[in-house]
Design a protein around this ligand. Structure first.
Ligand SMILES: *[C@@H]1O[C@H](CO)[C@@H](O)[C@H](O)[C@H]1NC(C)=O
Ligand SMILES: *[C@@H]1O[C@H](CO)[C@@H](O)[C@H](O)[C@H]1NC(C)=O
Ligand SMILES: *[C@@H]1O[C@H](CO)[C@@H](O)[C@H](O)[C@H]1NC(C)=O
Ligand SMILES: *[C@@H]1O[C@H](CO)[C@@H](O)[C@H](O)[C@H]1NC(C)=O
Ligand SMILES: *[C@@H]1O[C@H](CO)[C@@H](O)[C@H](O)[C@H]1NC(C)=O
Ligand SMILES: *[C@@H]1O[C@H](CO)[C@@H](O)[C@H](O)[C@H]1NC(C)=O
Ligand SMILES: *[C@@H]1O[C@H](CO)[C@@H](O)[C@H](O)[C@H]1NC(C)=O
Ligand SMILES: *[C@@H]1O[C@H](CO)[C@@H](O)[C@H](O)[C@H]1NC(C)=O
Length: 462
């Protein structure tokens, strides 16, 4: 007993010590647990903010006390309100702002102001067999939501590739703690040799601008309570011409040489990638002199008008904003060989057509035969043959001439029977040699021609 009495204050001292350690580390000690879903809560100015708190304990309790304190950096903690059992004792200064409904320890702040930003401490005391205490801290931030950003482009008139620089500025009217992010075609932009950001990231600078910078830009602005993205802007970037090439609707192209048959009109098409679109001009070179023969992307050359058989042309593409030009040379050769070729083509057309026709006919026939075979299984035919009277065979074997052409009408099939030893029909029948089937043929393949008469199959004569 004496030992117990001596030990009691010592052990409870240990418990208190433990509790203090737990309080610091976890905000809970044996028997009582206080928990908050989040240690940081972001609130919007002017709105209500709810700070949820859960607690639980395992000992019988007579009194449950809940206390809320508020602390800001470099200021004294302030008492906000407290409760015992179900009665709340607010600080009269803040009684309209903070609400608690004990035994629920959660706190409602309404309306939230910038001055409410700071740490909120909740302390729960349980009075029972001794006193248990636990507390938690919640950091509250207060922000205004972000309004929709607007992107400004400098210069707004557009930039010439490799010459100009471009600056995009993201403007936001409302919102606090803004974090800016730039997106190109929906993906974040990172700093590079040509791309840089301002300190706040609210401006994007591209120097120099290239064709690769063409895209859909937007500015994404976030803060703890909201995020907004600007409309997409497509900066005007002048570039080109790039990849100049000439194509034609007809004729044979080998490198830069087009071969055209006499009498054929040929349409040339000049194209290059550029913004704004190029202006095109066509130049013909004849005897050391050049003529600009046409403006525009298309050129039609009517070959009968050409005196020479070989003519050099140039297509020039000019971008009047970038001030850059490109040109491509090509040669047009007019051939009379083409006419002979044309004649040959006409001759070779008929044999080719007949070969194609025959091939088609064969393919279709094979297909039909296969289909027919599929729906007319071999076994059925065999059974039919077995069930047929011998006289019919004799008739078929001895039949000759065309007494009545109508009798020939029908679909014919040539059926091959394998080795006769496997076929039960043969041993039952004695076929006279005079009938044209030699006796030694009993152990070789038998062929039969079967005539099918569509729709009349049932009432076949005899
Ligand atoms: C709190 O409630 C318990 C039981 O419900 C009671 O014993 C105790 O006296 C109450 N305390 C106060 C301060 O009302
Ligand atoms: C506390 O009250 C709020 C509503 O004010 C409720 O949503 C929450 O569930 C309550 N918490 C407990 C532990 O009862
Ligand atoms: C109070 O706590 C002590 C030890 O902490 C224990 O021996 C005693 O039984 C408890 N009493 C009740 C009523 O729970
Ligand atoms: C573009 O930026 C580069 C370097 O940032 C600068 O040297 C150049 O003068 C700028 N050009 C224009 C047209 O502003
Ligand atoms: C840019 O947006 C336009 C429509 O707003 C779309 O047609 C185009 O494909 C987009 N470009 C890219 C590269 O995403
Ligand atoms: C600016 O943007 C870059 C890259 O997108 C990012 O690494 C950096 O942290 C941002 N700076 C600020 C102040 O937001
Ligand atoms: C083409 O002109 C050059 C000088 O411009 C001259 O030397 C050359 O002889 C000329 N060729 C023909 C075929 O006229
Ligand atoms: C460039 O050419 C286009 C026609 O293709 C014309 O409309 C435009 O005015 C020209 N611009 C300049 C700066 O010359």
């Amino acid at each position: 007993m004496g030992q117990d009495a001596f030990m009691e204050p010592f052990s409870s001292m240990v418990v208190v010590l433990q509790c203090k350690v737990y309080l610091l580390l976890l905000g809970a000690c044996s028997g009582l647990k206080v928990a908050v879903p989040s240690h940081t809560v972001h609130g919007m100015r002017g709105h209500a903010l709810y700070l949820p708190v859960h607690y639980g304990f395992h000992t019988p309790a007579s009194d449950i006390q809940i206390i809320w304190l508020f602390e800001r950096a470099h200021t004294m903690p302030k008492y906000l309100l407290g409760s015992v059992n179900k009665s709340v004792v607010p600080d009269l200064e803040y009684q309209h702002k903070f609400t608690m409904m004990p035994p629920n320890a959660s706190l409602l702040i309404n309306p939230l102001q910038f001055t409410d930003e700071g740490n909120y401490i909740v302390k729960v005391n349980i009075q029972g067999n001794g006193t248990l205490s636990a507390s938690q801290k919640i950091q509250v931030t207060v922000d205004d939501p972000v309004t929709k950003p607007v992107v400004q482009t400098q210069p707004s008139s557009g930039v010439v590739e490799h010459v100009g620089n471009m600056t995009l500025t993201c403007l936001v009217e409302g919102g606090t703690r803004l974090v800016y992010q730039w997106l190109k075609n929906g993906r974040p932009i990172h700093t590079s040799t040509t791309t840089s950001f301002s300190l706040q990231n609210n401006t994007l600078h591209i120097a120099p601008v290239t064709k690769e910078d063409i895209g859909n830009y937007s500015c994404l602005v976030k803060n703890p309570v909201s995020e907004m993205e600007s409309d997409i802007i497509m900066p005007t970037i002048y570039y080109g011409p790039y990849g100049l090439r000439v194509n034609s609707d007809k004729g044979l192209k080998v490198g830069e040489v087009f071969t055209v048959d006499i009498g054929e009109a040929i349409l040339f098409d000049c194209s290059a990638d550029s913004y704004p679109p190029n202006t095109y001009s066509w130049i013909r070179k004849t005897d050391n002199t050049t003529y600009v023969i046409k403006h525009g992307p298309h050129l039609e050359v009517a070959s009968e008008k050409i005196a020479q058989k070989t003519t050099d042309y140039v297509c020039c593409a000019y971008n009047n904003v970038t001030g850059r030009r490109d040109e491509t040379h090509f040669t047009v050769i007019i051939t009379s060989v083409g006419i002979e070729k044309l004649a040959q083509k006409g001759k070779s057309l008929s044999p080719l057509a007949s070969i194609t026709g025959i091939s088609l006919f064969l393919i279709i026939s094979m297909g039909l035969l296969l289909l027919w075979k599929k729906y007319q299984p071999y076994k059925v035919i065999k059974q039919k043959l077995e069930g047929r009277p011998e006289t019919e065979y004799r008739k078929a074997q001895t039949f000759s001439g065309h007494e009545d052409a109508l009798d020939d009408f029908g679909i014919y099939e040539f059926v091959a029977f394998p080795d006769a030893s496997g076929v039960p029909r043969m041993p039952n029948r004695s076929i006279p040699a005079s009938d044209g089937v030699p006796g030694q043929d009993l152990h070789s393949t038998i062929y039969e021609v079967i005539q099918h008469i569509p729709a009349q199959q049932q009432d076949h004569p005899e």
